[in-house]
Design a protein around this ligand. Structure first.
Ligand SMILES: [Ca+2]
Length: 198
């Protein structure tokens, strides 16, 4: 079993190198200065995403779960929210999004906002956490996550008018390499057999 440990670590090193070797890039509206319409090449957990932005008033339920049964099969974006159950992955997506956006805005050049909400699961069933850029305006910095957002809050109207949703769409789901396949399927079986034998 001692032989397998460095081999497994080597495989992990290859996978993590792949995940961090690309940089996300912002796509700007050609007709409006500094208006971001998408961010391409966000890589989280070895999957590449394009982020687009919903700027019309919408709640979490409006976008992800219209019948409010906590099943995302009726999501209007065509997919369950990426990083939904992983704060770590949502933070990674947020950091790449912020880095790519720079000082660009999400609604218009007249808007002060560059704030995008990334949904991930909170501890209270009807709440979720947001992971967003809070600078330079509005003044709240939610970059570590906002713990008390409700799925029924409607963003894009009234006091929440400067907030928008960032929707992540996978652009490639890589086929596992033979190396990764070996480490994920065969190795645990071998280890289990060895444990049973001893
Ligand atoms: Ca549903």
């Amino acid at each position: 079993m001692n032989l397998f440990k460095p081999f497994f670590a080597f495989t992990l090193a290859i996978l993590s190198f792949t995940a961090t070797s690309t940089a996300a890039t912002v796509i700007l509206d050609p007709n409006t200065p500094n208006l971001a319409i998408a961010v391409e090449g966000i890589v989280v957990d070895n999957i590449t995403y394009t982020a687009t932005f919903i700027t019309e008033p919408a709640s979490f339920y409006d976008i992800y779960d219209p019948n409010q049964d906590n099943d995302f099969s009726d999501s209007t974006t065509g997919a369950a929210p990426a990083f939904w159950d992983s704060t770590q992955n949502a933070n990674s997506a947020r950091d790449q999004l912020i880095a790519a956006l720079g000082n660009n805005l999400l609604i218009s050049s007249n808007s002060m906002s560059d704030l995008a909400l990334i949904a991930s699961q909170g501890s209270i069933p009807n709440n979720f956490r947001s992971h967003s850029d809070g600078s330079p305006a509005p003044s709240q910095d939610w970059s570590s996550g906002h713990p008390s957002l409700s799925k029924t809050h409607v963003y894009g109207e009234n006091s929440l008018s400067q907030y928008h949703w960032a929707i992540f769409t996978p652009t490639n789901i890589p086929e596992p390499t033979s190396l990764a396949l070996l480490s994920l399927t065969t190795l645990p079986l071998i280890i289990r057999r060895k444990r049973k034998a001893s």
